[in-house]
Design a protein around this ligand. Sequence first.
Ligand code: ATP
Length: 473
Amino acid sequence: NENKLQAIIGHCKEYGFVFQSSEIYDGLSAVYDYGQYGAELKKNIRDYWWRSMTQMQDNIVGIDAAIFMHPTVWKASGHVDNFSDPMIDNKDSQKRYRVDHLIEGYAETLDAEAGAAIIKQMELLLEANDFAGLKTLIEDKKINCAISGTCNWTDVRQFNLMFSTEMGSVADEANVVYLRPETAQGIFVNFLNVQKSGRMKIPFGIAQTGKAFRNEIVARGFIFRMREFEQMEMQFFVKPGTQKEWYDYWKETRMKWHLSLGIGADKYKFHDHVKLAHYADMACDIEYDFPMGFKEVEGVHSRTDFDLKQHQQFSGKKLTYFDTEINQHYVPYVIETSIGLDRTVMMILSEAYVEEDLSTEEKQDSRVVLKFPPMLAPIKLAVLPLTKKDGLPELAKDLINDCKTQFKCFYEEKDSIGKRYRRMDALGTPFCVTIDHQTKEDGTVTIRYRDTMLQERIALADVKKLVMEKIAM
Ligand code: ATP
């Protein structure tokens, strides 16, 4: 719901997770900066994905390709001709809409059956590229019009989502380069480099994480839809004819990854694509139940041999693999898993954000807590000396020095212990340790657990080991 989304956005700003880009200049639309805790959270998610998709796999390696690529890459991939969304402008309100979002928004205001009928009608029109028909549909249903008024729409037209710029000092057509709209092409063009240099045998995969750029027509939903975002993709190269089996395998494997984040299965849905992209023979989305409802967080696509064949044709270089088992050369088929890192951050935040009522008969009380899985938390351990004197800060700092080679720690001596705990709850820190006078006598500390708020005394010497065990991936 809208309230939860607004609460998360406010919390992210107040506690240093996500800021609007260039905020002091009133911001840049759909571009965001990660603050000190957001950057840690995002890095931890990226690391967790990287580890599961490369280190834990015998036959997947990771690369890091450049954002700029030869302009012909995007002709070959189909992005120059096809990477566009139909849009329409409302001349009265001067607002621009993506046609599918506009109609989907309208469908949501109807009952389920009528809504589904409109969506079906829209899909047929989109499939047929019938732009006049889409405009008529929007006009007939008086979508986004004042109650009885008519509204004044432009024609529906295609809008290419790629950003372009010029490379070198001469600004002319020949120097136009694009900011990559997906990371996948950096993997396709390096397919043979990696296969040969790494002596990879099919089936094998290449993974990478990195920035992608899309000039989204309407960008909304906080870090759900941005113009500059990060993707985590893996292309898995298989023998032609085995794609169905590998597609099913990766669908299941990726869903298991999501569940390994401690998120319930009821929060996820597969959505199989009916209208397939030009390169795909099977495709589905993994949808998560965001505050705005079920929306795509990851795509699993069977991309056939489309991309490699296109690059073969446009580059004139052979991109085949010699399969020693069957003594044959072929262009491999590809199964791709593609997940947005920022969308995953948003999923983890949505899942973790809880407003808890802690009121008792005596007094009203509440807290906001981010219940991150410990392995993803920006700060793993906060060390809090009860007072600023009597050697307690020194003991606290010794503990931090011992732990900080292994995980991120945080030191805080201001405010009451209760206030400090609440601040750590708001940052999602799973463990707080308080050093008090008893620590000096018997070497024990109070450890306080974020989710249960339970406190217990343990040996100072055991703190590091306990945290290490809980944050293990
Ligand atoms: P959508 O339908 O939401 O525009 P898409 O189907 O175009 O997404 P893909 O091209 O399959 O998305 O990209 C793979 C993943 O990249 C998506 O599942 C999503 O997590 C992420 N992603 C795509 N576009 C954006 C964006 N503008 N901002 C943030 N993440 C994005």
